[in-house]
Ligand binder design. Structure first.
Ligand code: IFM
Length: 440
């Protein structure tokens, strides 16, 4: 890698990220059923019907996993605390679950790692899915209760807390496209989830501020939406895609409005009196997390129902996910967020990474494409800082290969390889490259 720690301002935080359901092993420690367990058990939803029952067995191997972060020279670890582990039925507290996160946070501190916590990274307790999940306003209140319980236990030791990871995935990918749990394809359910997930964010922030908690943020995912051609219809398609994906959540939080291009579809399906929630949703944040992976080329799809957008395949090199590699998009969103929405508020790149079909050969994993990917995106981050964005950290997704949701265990994002038969960890060449970059 050409870039190094010394290319960034003093105090810039380098970390790696994971999420509870993707690594812990959900069959351990008294965790309750989640909508991902039932989604995965339904034929056709997940590759080989794989689920997070064992995942990387991080629940038992967390100490060695934290050692990898410390030994790699990282400053921080972005992890999530599973609602269904802490409250298996969404309401009743499981002391074993709280104890696990207590140990984990102490383990980070003992290794000099700053704990960056995320409260919701998608494992909704099944009992709450039964009552409508994110289409039901009450789920947002229950999320506030969970927030208070986990914060009372570990809030004194975490460096920062994000409420929700990638609300677009929670709402649109899961209720409109149907690719993630609960696998709905319904515009009314989507409009409600798009609003209630933001309400959950607002309620959680309120509850934590009431407890005196500091350093609160949210993690949004962004995807550069570009018109496939210069035709006005394709430009309009890209603008609609941008409104649904990139503007909906940040504009609710910073401007207390929803973009007109997205309301063109959702307005008739919004929950009653949604406007009354916008003050609670739009309260000040301490930081904003940006997850960025790729771009999409959008074309109009005349005659199709709203949003009438068709994806056009791009020609840039792609990762194992089929996602084009486009570091410029990261620079775009970092500078755009500062300029158009949050000014000087601290920004973190909370996820960025690539999947590749890595193999262990002679005990090592050679993944030069990943090192180049990280180099390119760190360079884009450095440029955004030079252009005035207040970026304070970068987290690689992911520390280790894990459960890639509907794509099962096939897509490998880690800088540490996991053999899903033996659960053996093998740091890849990119782990060593990043370690070397962080030491310079
Ligand atoms: O694995 C996911 C993660 O859970 C959320 N952000 C994107 C990653 C890669 O798809």
């Amino acid at each position: 890698m050409t870039i190094s720690r010394s290319d960034f301002p003093p105090g810039f935080v380098f970390g790696a990220a994971t999420a509870a359901y993707q690594i812990e092993g959900h069959s351990f420690g008294g965790a309750g059923s989640t909508h991902w367990d039932t989604f995965a058990a339904t034929p056709g939803n997940v590759v080989r019907a794989e689920n997070g029952a064992v995942a990387c067995d991080h629940y038992h191997r967390w100490e060695a996993d934290l050692d990898l972060l410390r030994d790699g020279g990282f400053d921080a670890y972005r992890f999530s605390t599973s609602w269904a582990r802490v409250m298996p039925d969404g309401v009743t507290v499981n002391p074993e679950g709280l104890d696990f996160y207590d140990r984990l946070v102490d383990g980070m501190l003992a290794r000099g790692l700053k704990p960056f916590q995320t409260l919701y990274h998608w494992e909704l307790p099944s009992a709450l899915a039964d009552t409508g999940g994110w289409t039901n306003r009450d789920t947002a209140e229950r999320f506030g209760d969970f927030t208070q319980v986990i914060t009372a236990r570990i809030g004194d030791r975490v460096a920062s807390i994000a409420t929700i990871n990638e609300p677009w995935c929670v709402a649109y990918l899961s209720h409109f496209i149907g690719a993630h749990a609960p696998g709905q394809r319904d515009i009314r359910a989507t409009a409600r989830a798009m609003h209630h997930i933001l309400l959950a964010h607002g309620i959680a922030v309120d509850r934590m501020r009431g407890m005196g908690q500091k350093n609160l943020g949210i993690v949004l995912n962004f995807d550069r939406a570009l018109p496939a051609t210069g035709a006005p219809a394709d430009q309009a398609a890209a603008a609609t895609q941008d409104a649904i994906f990139n503007r909906w959540f940040i504009e609710a939080i910073t401007k207390r409005t929803y973009p007109a291009e997205a309301m063109a579809g959702f307005a008739p399906h919004m929950p009653a009196h949604w406007q009354d929630d916008m003050t609670q949703i739009g309260q000040p944040l301490d930081w904003l997390g940006i997850n960025y992976y790729t771009r999409h080329l959008c074309a109009a799809d005349p005659g199709a129902p709203w949003p009438a957008i068709r994806d056009v395949e791009g020609t840039l090199p792609k990762t194992q996910m089929g996602w084009e590699i486009f570091p410029d998009g990261l620079h775009h969103f970092l500078t755009r967020m500062s300029r158009d929405y949050v000014g000087d508020l601290p920004l973190y790149v909370t996820e960025n990474g690539m999947a590749w079909p890595d193999l262990v050969e002679n005990g090592a994993v050679y993944d030069p494409d990943r090192s180049a990917f990280i180099d390119g995106h760190l360079e884009a981050t450095r440029r955004a800082i030079a252009d005035g964005a207040n970026v304070q950290g970068f987290f690689y997704w992911s520390l280790m290969d894990n459960y890639e949701w509907a794509l099962g265990y096939e897509k490998r994002f880690g800088i540490v390889h996991v053999d899903f038969e033996t659960l053996k960890r093998t740091p890849k060449a990119s782990y060593h490259a990043l370690k070397s970059a962080l030491s310079r």
